[in-house]
Design a protein around this ligand. Structure first.
Ligand code: FPP
Length: 249
């Protein structure tokens, strides 16, 4: 029986490497509560959350996960106090500055899910540089949700679809679930097999609504800054025990 007290090697030995989830999605929640518990400003929680992003991206890529999607900033997060929004943007840029070389060396391709036009210019420029630098990489695809909302993504897809219909690139009768997914930010990628949400909240918060139709969920009662490589391994062990039927029997 796998548990958190086992070593990373012990946990890895329980994973069937042939049956890894191709795509893991994570709702990184609980940074604010982590900071509050320590009487620290919320941005300290986001800062510590960034350390976990580094740990989990490295662990997922080393393990051989092909697609990792992280929810970093939602279309609703703009409602937060300006100081927190600015802090989050700075942490994102700090992450890129610290990690870009390593991500590139590890063959990770960084893609953004969401409309980056609304980001402050200095953050948008760094994000574009990161996508350009890593665009030819063939290892893990790291999708970062930035100004991302699942409903917003579906509307973005519909708008582009309507343009293609008008231009005669696609016939409306040929539209199906598979080719519609090519209008989403995750174009060309498989749907998430596994969605992980720490923090104890049992909801989707507008994340990848179209893509998660048959995704397996793992919820954890710990906060994102406490989520380690071992939790990722435990969730994969748990995932591999599930009987996925995709609506069949
Ligand atoms: C949710 O916790 C978390 C966020 C809104 C931000 C996630 C951002 C990071 C982990 C920082 C760095 C990200 C990258 C990609 C480098 P919350 O603030 O809603 O926590 P709470 O529910 O406890 O208040």
């Amino acid at each position: 029986m796998a548990d958190i007290n086992q070593t990373i090697e012990q946990l890895k030995s329980q994973i069937d490497m042939i049956n890894l989830p191709k795509h893991v999605a994570i709702i990184m929640d609980g940074n604010g509560r982590w900071a509050k518990k320590r009487f620290l400003p919320r941005n300290f929680g986001h800062q510590e959350g960034m350390e976990r992003v580094i740990e989990i991206v490295g662990a997922a890529s080393n393990l051989g996960i092909k697609h990792l999607s992280l929810y970093a900033f939602s279309t609703e997060n703009w409602k937060r106090p300006l100081e927190e929004v600015q802090g989050l943007m700075k942490i994102l840029v700090q992450y890129i500055m610290r990690e870009l070389d390593k991500l590139h060396k590890n063959n990770v391709k960084v893609q953004i899910m969401g409309d980056i036009e609304k980001l402050p210019k200095y953050a948008k420029d760094e994000v574009i540089k990161t996508m350009r630098t890593t665009s030819q990489n063939t290892g893990m695809i790291l999708n970062i949700g930035l100004n991302y909302g699942g409903r917003d993504e579906i509307i973005f897809g519909i708008k582009n679809l309507l343009i293609d219909i008008e231009m005669g690139k696609i016939n409306i009768d040929d539209l199906n679930e598979t080719n519609f997914s090519n209008y989403l930010y995750t174009k060309g990628q498989p749907d998430p097999d596994l969605l992980i949400r720490p923090s104890g909240e049992l909801r989707l918060s507008n994340f990848m609504l179209y893509q998660i139709a048959y995704t397996e969920f793992c919820f954890y009662d710990i906060l994102w800054p406490d989520f380690t490589e071992k939790h990722l391994l435990l969730s994969i062990i748990d995932y591999q025990k599930r009987n996925r039927r995709f609506g069949g029997i």
